[in-house]
Design a protein around this ligand. Structure first.
Ligand code: PEP
Ligand code: MG
Length: 560
């Protein structure tokens, strides 16, 4: 038996074995000794700046290679902050006043960070970049050990309080055996990235995580959510030999011949080929906001055109569903003036922002999409996020008409893609008929739909029990949506994380889904599950599950 077992939330149905590497980006600086020699400290400061520049350049190159040029741009921004003459002057003047270099850096950056924090929107987000640069310099000056997430020893299991999406993107699945965080839920974006990278991961373990020492051997069971600290030989061997289903490249159908499309959720070009390699029939959700993250300005029309064309060329003759920009909530983009809101998940999110105030960005994106639809080999479908009203949908469709008219006038090749709506709000469930009359498809985003139906924050591990799409209320919402779509001859898919759980495939087929789209890691398991499903039994199971009074009864029905 392992020395100890910690319980968290499993997010990738994979197990990993390795040694703990604690990642803690926070650095504290002790009080200054008196009598620092100004010349020596100035010298140390300029050497630290040179070292930081070298590190940033190296990290930029690794990120550009592994994830993409656009994602790597954040490091250029950090280099600019590092060499900002105003900050440099402030540091040197504090050194001249007798402070050691580390305290001078802490003070000078602290002042600027405070200034940015006091501003609105885009400027406030700069504070995070400055903090990163400050911490890097402090680590170098205080001789602190550096954990470079993009270059960890083979078999590392990263332990952290939290990981941001860009930190998660730096992890190399070839060497990292998994990660475990104290905070986070199944649908937080670090968890979604983990699934794209097929990394074993457990989130939301809580404070007990702190008690695990750096270097300890652990098993990360991304299925059960268990973290075994110092496993015994049997536990280790069991984790190492857990294998998944075989990859199937052909389309799959139920035992009675009903085709169910099994597609991939992707967020950046680097995820396309791995998704195809795991047998994705196409793309069911391209989260385009990831093309906008970790950079200093929005991608141009041409950059977006290239990214979407690449997706269409990776899946020739297949369906590729691209979602228009979905920012707000937990997806903050530094250069957009996102307002400070009491409840950002109930505020300016998704299509609301695309209609106003980001209508220019929306128009640029739609032009890129319509051009890509004409040139790429696959079949482009475009859907809008977080639509709550018919007015919003009509306005979004109007924006597509405008983009088409403008391209027509300019004599640029374009094609109108099929359009769809994400069903992520209770309102969308109730308005599904009207939506389906206006578009070709609906795609259910259960991450947000569950959050809004159950009033349970998707990011909060304390409400994880309520944020569970197997509650009958959510199943009824899904079923209602599927019925409404089919009544209007629209197809209905699901691209929330629920779709990637092979234990729920039969239930979802029974609820009426025509397409299931998920992080690439579970595609083989879900394809295998579709192949074992009989539609009549699935419909019967779905009827019992959604008629059940409580989640426990749904689970009983699933076990039967
Ligand atoms: C969802 O809400 O289920 C969804 C797929 O969108 P995202 O996770 O990007 O909010
Ligand atoms: Mg969503």
């Amino acid at each position: 038996m392992a020395e100890r077992t910690l319980q968290g939330i499993g997010v990738t149905p994979r197990s990993g074995v390795g040694s703990v590497v604690w990642y803690d980006p926070e650095i504290t600086v002790s009080d200054p000794d008196s009598g620092a020699d100004a010349d020596t400290e100035r010298e140390r400061f300029s050497e630290a700046v040179a070292t930081a520049r070298e590190e940033l350049e190296a990290e930029r190159d690794v990120t550009a290679d592994r994830v993409g040029e656009e994602e790597a741009a954040v490091f250029d921004a950090h280099i600019q902050f590092l060499e900002d003459p105003t900050v440099e002057r402030a540091v040197e003047s504090s050194i001249d006043d007798g402070l050691p270099a580390a305290n001078a850096v802490d003070d000078a950056f602290g002042g600027h960070i405070e200034q940015f924090e006091g501003m609105d929107g885009r400027m406030a987000e700069r504070a995070d970049d400055l903090r990163d640069v400050r911490d890097r310099l402090l680590r170098i000056l205080t001789g602190g050990d550096r954990v470079d997430l993009s270059d960890l020893p083979k078999g590392s299991v990263v332990f952290a309080q939290r990981l941001t999406p860009s930190e998660t993107a730096q992890l190399d699945p070839e060497t990292v055996a998994g990660f475990v965080t104290a905070t986070g839920g199944r649908t937080s974006h670090a968890a979604i990235f983990a699934r794209s990278l097929a990394l074993p991961a457990v989130v939301g373990v809580g404070d007990t995580l702190d008690s695990v020492a750096d270097g300890a051997e652990v098993v990360v069971d991304g299925e059960s959510g268990e973290v075994l600290v110092v496993p015994d030989a049997d536990e280790r061997a069991a984790a190492e030999k857990k294998e998944g289903a075989a990859v199937v490249h052909d389309a799959v159908e139920t035992t009675d011949g009903r085709h169910v499309e099994v597609a991939a959720n992707v967020g950046r070009p680097a995820e396309l080929q791995p998704a195809a390699d795991r047998g994705a029939d196409g793309v069911g959700l391209y989260r385009t906001e990831f093309l906008f993250l970790d950079r200093e300005s929005p991608p141009s029309e041409d950059e977006q055109y290239e990214a979407v064309t690449e997706a269409l060329d990776t899946f020739p003759d297949s369906r590729v569903v691209v979602r228009t920009l979905d920012v707000g909530g937990d997806k903050r983009i530094p250069y957009l003036d996102l307002p400070e809101e009491e409840n950002p998940f109930l505020g300016e999110r998704g299509i609301r922002r695309s209609l106003d105030p980001d209508s220019d960005l929306f128009a640029t994106q739609l032009r890129a999409l319509l051009r890509a639809a004409a040139d790429g080999a696959g079949e482009l479908n475009v859907m809008f996020p977080l639509v709550a009203t018919v007015e919003e949908l009509d306005a979004a469709i109007g924006a597509v008409d405008d983009a088409a008219a403008a391209l027509e006038d300019e004599g640029i090749d374009y094609e109108r893609p099929s359009l769809g709506v994400m069903v992520e709000t209770p309102s969308a469930v109730f308005m599904a008929e009207e939506f389906a009359q206006r578009v070709e498809f609906l795609s259910i985003g259960t991450n947000d739909l569950t959050q809004y139906v159950m009033a349970a924050d998707r990011e909060n591990e304390r409400t994880d029990d309520l944020h569970d799409p197997t509650h009958p209320a959510v199943l009824r919402a899904i079923h209602r949506t599927a019925e409404a779509a089919h009544a209007e001859d629209a197809w209905v898919g699901m691209c929330g994380e629920m779709a990637g759980n092979p234990d729920l495939t039969e239930l979802l087929v029974g609820l009426g889904l025509d397409e299931l789209s998920m992080s690439a890691v579970t595609i083989p398991e879900v394809k295998a599950a579709v192949g074992e499903t009989d539609t009549d039994s699935a419909v019967e199971l779905a009827g019992r599950a959604r008629g059940a009074p409580a989640r426990a009864d749904v689970h009983d029905a699933l076990r039967d």
